[in-house]
Design a protein around this ligand. Structure first.
Ligand code: HEM
Length: 517
């Protein structure tokens, strides 16, 4: 470790700390090192330096306050092969990223996000009705909920069923991509660029990454070209792809980049939101006392009807459940490392240009000084915190930030306002309508899920676990069915929206004007 770098575990020549990197459950080791080496430590991965920030203050000081130099991404060699260097999440800080970020802002800023509530409301009602019919498929219902909402916003078309092949593929491909990116070979190729000169036979994961890209781009192109065709001939529903078609006319970027941009949003909106809801279900099975308290609040504020977004200010405990779900089971458990583009100094340490900078979500969320008894799911820890996630993220007092799953600085999640609303509606209504109990095995013993049993990769989710999900009463079940029945009045025979609800802020494309749009 060069002199002056933040401290860290002892290194070996050439490989640095690579031999110490765990094969699985990286987050546990990253937290252990934080205890040993403090809130700012470094790992030498070959010649590459990774700085790990494990306190709220360090994240605030570097990723937020110095975001002009801490907002790039590292090389991510395999990730970029699998994405043909077009996946927004991995783009380096520069012109292309800025252009895409600006287009995404058009459909994801706070007022746009507020206007999508009718979409969220309807998808949520289908999810609730689905959970009544087939509660064991709760994984699928939550995935469809998040995916259909995003698909409607991005492509102007809903995802109707749990086994929609394109949705199933999206989740499957993303899971494989996430595993590839979080794996040892990806790290090795990033740490030792010389290995990239080896042929595919010696680096089979590169061949695999190319194959992932081929498979994925077929799916992405399909989505994009269908939407683009409809926009150009005037038959599309208003949606984000209109901005992309216009952007293509203005900036002239290729279909590949447009397809990846649209589908990056679809992927960003689908996986994280549904994984958070799945984590919430697990928390409820493990913490029945939270369900009880939540229902007291819900029954006081919205007895006899489903909660709506208007109820949010009057449901502080439910808001706490939303925040606690993201803290207790953070899907991006170690964040998505930023990269610094200039030499810097912090607390007397040198931070070299090009270093990856990880914000150690798990260690910060499980810090008992920030969150006493951190493995307990306790929404009341957010009592009196009326901040939205975006307000909390920009609070100058780092200790007042609620959680770190949405990232930081200029790279912060642009879907933060949409996600928060999807989670509020999902969580409040599930608690209103259902009870979450442990399943029993054949001997009548309760089977408790293991909250440490997570998938591997840079985005994680609890591995499938049994849960006994049943309506709180026949009256609750009837209301949920009626609500879904009523919501379908907005849909046509193909179960797609008849028209866009009032107040949504999509751009307009006039086919006759072509490039003059
Ligand atoms: C619970 C749900 C979600 C979580 C936990 C989440 C998490 C994240 C994280 C960790 C990042 C990277 C932040 C950073 O590098 O500092 C990110 C970026 C982003 N997310 Fe989300 N996200 C969620 C939902 C959504 C939704 C619903 C959308 C859109 C519909 C979305 C769109 C984006 C976009 C466009 C970026 C920016 C990528 C960039 O600049 O590189 N996200 N998100």
């Amino acid at each position: 470790r060069p002199k002056g770098y933040p401290p860290g575990p002892p290194t070996l020549p050439v490989i640095g700390n690579l031999h110490l990197m765990p094969k699985k459950k990286h987050h546990l080791q990253m937290k252990k090192w934080a205890r040993e080496y403090g809130p700012v430590y470094s790992l030498m991965l070959g010649t590459q330096c990774m700085v790990v920030l494990s306190s709220d203050q360090a994240v605030k000081d570097l990723l937020d306050k110095r975001s002009n130099i801490y907002s790039s991404r590292g090389d991510m060699y395999l990730g970029n092969i699998a994405s043909n260097s077009q996946r927004m999440l991995l783009l380096k800080y520069g012109e292309t990223w800025r252009m895409i970020r600006k287009m995404c802002h058009n459909i994801l800023h706070i007022n746009a996000a507020k206007s999508y509530v009718p979409y969220q409301d309807l998808e949520n009602k289908q999810m609730m009705a689905g959970m009544l019919e087939k509660p064991d498929l709760y994984y699928g219902h939550m995935r469809r909920y998040a995916n259909s909402l995003t698909s409607q916003m991005v492509f102007g078309a809903r995802t109707l069923s749990l086994d929609d092949p394109k949705m199933v593929q999206l989740f499957e491909y993303f899971e494989e991509f996430s595993e590839l990116l979080g794996g040892t070979t990806a790290a090795l190729l990033d740490c030792f660029p010389v290995l990239r000169n080896f042929p595919d036979v010696l680096v089979p994961k590169r061949k695999y990454a190319k194959w992932l890209h081929e498979r994925e781009s077929k799916l992405y192109y399909g989505h994009w070209m269908t939407a683009k065709g409809k926009i150009k001939n005037g038959t599309a529903m208003p949606c984000f792809c209109v901005d992309l078609v216009k952007g293509q006319d203005t900036y002239g970027f290729p279909d590949g980049l447009a397809a990846y941009t649209a589908c990056s949003l679809l992927e960003a909106g689908s996986d994280t939101t549904s994984s958070t809801l799945i984590g919430f279900v697990q928390a409820m099975v493990l913490h029945p006392e939270v369900q009880k308290k939540a229902r007291q609040e819900l029954d006081r504020v919205c007895s006899g009807r489903l909660p709506t977004m208007e109820d949010e200010p009057n449901l502080p405990y439910i808001r706490g459940c939303v925040k606690e779900s993201m803290r207790w089971m953070p899907t991006d458990i170690l964040g998505v490392p930023h990269a610094v583009i200039k030499d810097d100094e912090y607390l007397g340490y040198k931070i070299p240009k090009g270093a990856s900078v990880m914000w150690n979500v798990w260690a910060i969320h499980m810090d008992p000084k920030r969150h006493p008894d951190p493995r307990r799911f306790d929404p009341s820890r957010y009592e009196g915190d009326n901040q939205t996630a975006a307000e909390a993220a920009s609070n100058l007092n780092a200790s007042k930030r609620d959680h770190f799953v949405f990232g930081a600085g200029r790279r912060i999640c642009q879907g933060i306002h949409v996600a928060e609303r999807s989670l509020f509606l999902g969580i409040s209504r599930m608690l209103w309508g259902f009870e979450f109990l442990p399943q029993k095995d054949t001997t009548g013993q309760e089977v408790m899920p293991d909250p440490n049993d997570l998938t591997e990769g840079f985005i994680v989710v609890p591995r499938p676990f049994p849960a006994n999900i049943k309506p709180r009463s026949e009256r609750h079940a009837q209301i949920m069915r009626e609500e879904w029945e009523k919501a379908q009045e907005f849909l046509n025979a193909e179960k797609q929206w008849k028209k866009v609800p009032e107040g949504m802020m999509f751009s307009v494309y006039t086919p006759e004007l072509g490039a003059k749009n």
